[in-house]
Design a protein around this ligand. Sequence first.
Ligand SMILES: Cc1ncc(COP(=O)(O)O)c(C=O)c1O
Length: 476
Amino acid sequence: MEATSARALAALVGDLATERPPRYAALAGRVRRLVADGRVPLGTRLPAERELAAALAVSRATVTAAYTRLREDGWATARQGAGTFAALPAGPHRGAWVPGPVDDGTVDLAHAAPAAPATVPAALAAALEELPRLLSSHGYHPAGLPDLRARVAERYTARGLPTTPEQVLVTNGALHGVSVAFAALLGRGRRVLVEQPSYPNALQAARALGARVVPVALDADEPAAWVDTAGRTLSAVRPAAAYLMPDFQNPTGVLLDVPGRERLAAALRRSGVPAVVDETFAELGLDAAAPPPLAAFGAGHVSVGTLSKVAWGGLRVGWVRAEADVVRRLTTVAVATSMSGPVVEQLAACVLLDGLDAALPGLRAQLRERRAVLAGELRARLPSWRVPEPAGGLVLWCGLPTPRSRAVVAAAERLGLRLAAGPLFGTGHALDDRLRLPYTQPPEVLRRGIALLARADAAATGARPPAGEPRELAVV
Ligand SMILES: Cc1ncc(COP(=O)(O)O)c(C=O)c1O
């Protein structure tokens, strides 16, 4: 079991004098945040009270009271004679993140989902031409249309992961694929290791099965450190599965390099933990291409992909790639709630995949331009925010100077700007100093959105609003 030294924990806790008294509550609050965002991994043995008191220059009674508070609130457990260990309480469950309405007059900087390019209606028209040859059958294809399974398999093979059509299950989007994989791997009380922050609806899919989410903090500046901590947590906690996004992680944008993939795959293998790898952003490398899929570095993992971000979310076409026997099992899981995917959309997906290599350079160029506009606007209007630019994906994961993401989101809503607050991407207890902003909208919408965001930030902090900015509800 992993332990943290008194010195290491004291360094993470920092200066308690800046917090409101009592001191023990401040210490408990700081440790709680460290456990919540995974910097103190779940199951870590906390230092002996006397040692932590010395390292923090506080009384032992302060540490005793802080540990008691942590235990009472479910953030620590005590084992007779063995010490006190970091734990997670049941935590607030937010429920699924339900997309907001479209075309309601608000500026939408909440959803990282591009509008459909012209290739989508063209592919649907081509699909209708193809359809007659399929109309004489019953129309159910539980694992997906054979032509589509073959194309998805070819794409994986081209990306460095040899795949046969039998290793592909077509799903109604990536979230469906993740849910089907979770349904096969997780269950009540089972644990799933996740990056913190992560994709909210996948976390919710795990929780809906009664699984417990184990977060490991991912700092975009230090992905290698994440792999180390994840490895230690995997061996300490032995979760039933891991849910991972090594390709332009949503929301941090982190791209795991080849050595990182090798080390992560080795850690998963040592602990015997299968990963559900969400590759939703894998083809959206803007400054760098993603290395081969994580499953190319170790057997037994389930890869999940989708057309939602490279074509259109409205198609509802995604897939799972795994060993053929696993795909057969996942097919029976999928059929339990949905007999088959829609045929016309799958025919269109074949056309879109055939044209994807020709379409991707244009999509990437458009996203590069939009990313530059969004980052530029943010730096100009909100200079105190941190705006790191990821090498790919669809979003900026911004750092706010103080925890106020929820307040900014509430103020923005009143101005006609829809946002997704930082804590939405966490496991329930942190990230109010973060805001995820997608660069999927056209430049003029991004400019208008950030002008409104600057006003919302001023309103949330009680500052004077920036001069000369629009006050009325935005209509785009
Ligand atoms: C990481 C991630 N996984 C899954 C999804 C859902 O994708 P789909 O529309 O294919 O279900 C999204 C959508 O934003 C996402 O960002």
